[in-house]
Design a protein around this ligand. Structure first.
Ligand SMILES: Nc1ncnc2c1ncn2[C@@H]1O[C@H](COP(=O)(O)OP(=O)(O)OP(=O)(O)O)[C@@H](O)[C@H]1O
Ligand SMILES: [Mg+2]
Length: 428
């Protein structure tokens, strides 16, 4: 659209641009709408002070220029969205490099797969329940991948790693200056997950104060950045997981009952490994194959007795325990002379169930007392206390299959402090 130089419409820049006589008229003016993917995006205007400036513009050149402008805008938008995806991939989203196959065809695993395929395409919140190491993260990923949001992001949040002081800002974001240290605006995980899925792992560890805020978001689909009173709408599918008994946590006043009911719209229990029958051998086969490649050795296989040992064991640490056990067995059995044979056969002697067990009472048993150092003429108090702490920590780590968060919880220590303690005591 080109305006005549003597158009009596008000000039858009009249009085807005400083000039000597305060009078500055724009005499030639034209504008064009810019469309991106068929949608009106904006207007490009060209203005000149002298009438007739646009008389000699070649219409072909002009339309080329306009198309280039549109293409540039589009490219900039694509770059911005790619940058955002990279940010998701490197900072916030699930680690997609893991092997996502769920191995197993026992009856209970078939049932689980079937449940996943029923609930995944719905928009329902899912609460994944199960002992440590049963594969809850894998189940969460499968739900996301089989949902209608599969091509959107899945943002991972480990609630056990969120100290109360920063949890709200992590989840909901904050505005610049909201608290000391908030040097710039920050997008929270819920906003990052917009359009996709958020996976709230170890939800049972979420502090009560944050539970209240999470409940509000689940109720009205809105979040509020710390330091802002603006409500932001988000469209996020919720998947949560825990190895805790949440109903007990509710009864003990550690978990809000209203939040529990919101999250547990579709509870999805993941069976323990000991309930999966021969799946143990399928999983073992897959893990041995991985180790075979990793160690660069010929075929690793289990002998009859080793198979029986695996089938008979009760697997308190579930699949994670099996995976670690076989990594050790593979390493120990791949001796230089064994490597010469066509097969490396793993017998029960290579299966050390148990460095993780240490004859401790079964789950949830009372914490065993640690024997104090033998008394002697003089005791170095500090070293003795350190040693006592080391023993207690090692016992608890073993009882929790090396799960630091769980060990810290049992010992009633803050996770950050627990890690610092491990470092100071040089507990590996
Ligand atoms: N069905 C399966 N097939 C193959 N690998 C599996 C399967 N289930 C679990 N795994 C593997 O076992 C390990 C433990 O699984 P995961 O981390 O999902 O456990 P979890 O239930 O989240 O445990 P925790 O409660 O301790 O966090 C992972 O390496 C995972 O890839
Ligand atoms: Mg987990």
């Amino acid at each position: 659209m080109r305006f005549a130089a003597d158009s009596d419409l008000p000039d858009p820049y009249d009085g807005l641009i400083e000039s000597d006589n305060d009078q500055l008229l724009v005499h030639d003016c034209m504008g064009v709408r810019i469309f991106i993917d068929g949608e009106p995006w904006g207007v490009l205007t060209l203005d000149a002070l002298a009438p007739g400036t646009f008389d000699n513009i070649d219409p072909m050149q002009l339309s080329t220029f306009i198309s280039l402008t549109a293409a540039t805008v589009k490219a900039a938008g694509m770059i911005a969205s790619l940058e955002q995806r990279v940010r998701y991939a490197t900072q916030t989203s699930f680690k997609y490099n893991a092997d996502h196959d769920m191995i197993g065809d026992s009856e209970c695993m078939r049932k689980l797969r079937n449940e996943i395929s029923i609930v995944a395409p719905s928009e329902l919140a899912v609460l994944i329940l199960g002992e440590t190491g049963v594969g809850k993260e894998l189940v969460a990923l499968r739900i996301h991948l089989e949902s209608n949001r599969a091509d959107q992001v899945m943002v991972y949040v480990n609630c056990a790693a969120l100290p109360e002081s920063i949890a709200e800002s992590e989840l909901f974001g904050h505005t610049k200056g909201a608290f000391s240290g908030a040097v710039s605006d920050r997008t929270g995980k819920f906003e990052l997950a917009n359009g996709g899925t958020i996976f709230l792992d170890e939800i049972g560890e979420l502090p009560l104060s944050i539970q209240a805020k999470l409940l509000r978001t689940l109720q009205n689909g809105e979040i509020q950045r710390v330091g802002s009173d603006k409500q932001i709408k988000v469209n996020v599918r919720i998947i949560a997981a825990t190895n805790r008994n949440l109903q007990q946590a509710v009864a003990a006043g550690l978990f809000r009952p209203d939040l529990y009911h919101r999250l547990a719209v579709y509870p999805l229990p993941v069976p323990a490994l000991r309930e999966r029958g021969k799946d143990v051998l399928l999983l073992a086969g897959a893990f041995l194959e991985k180790n075979q490649q990793r160690l660069g050795v010929k075929k690793l296989r289990l002998d009859q007795d080793a198979r029986k040992t695996l089938l008979d064991y009760h697997w308190p640490g579930n699949i994670r325990e099996l995976e670690h056990l076989l990594s050790r067995a593979a390493l120990k059995s791949a001796t230089p002379e064994n490597r010469l044979a066509d097969f490396i056969t793993i017998s029960p002697t290579y299966l050390d169930m148990g460095p993780e067990q240490l004859n401790l009472p079964p789950d949830d048993g009372p914490t065993p007392a640690v024997s104090p150092p033998a008394p002697s003429a003089s005791i170095d108090f500090k070293n003795a206390v350190d040693e006592f702490q080391r023993q207690l920590i090692r016992q608890q780590l073993a009882a929790q299959q090396g799960n630091m968060a769980a060990a810290a919880r049992v010992l009633g220590l803050d996770r950050g402090n627990f890690h610092r303690l491990l470092k100071r005591l040089e507990v590996k």
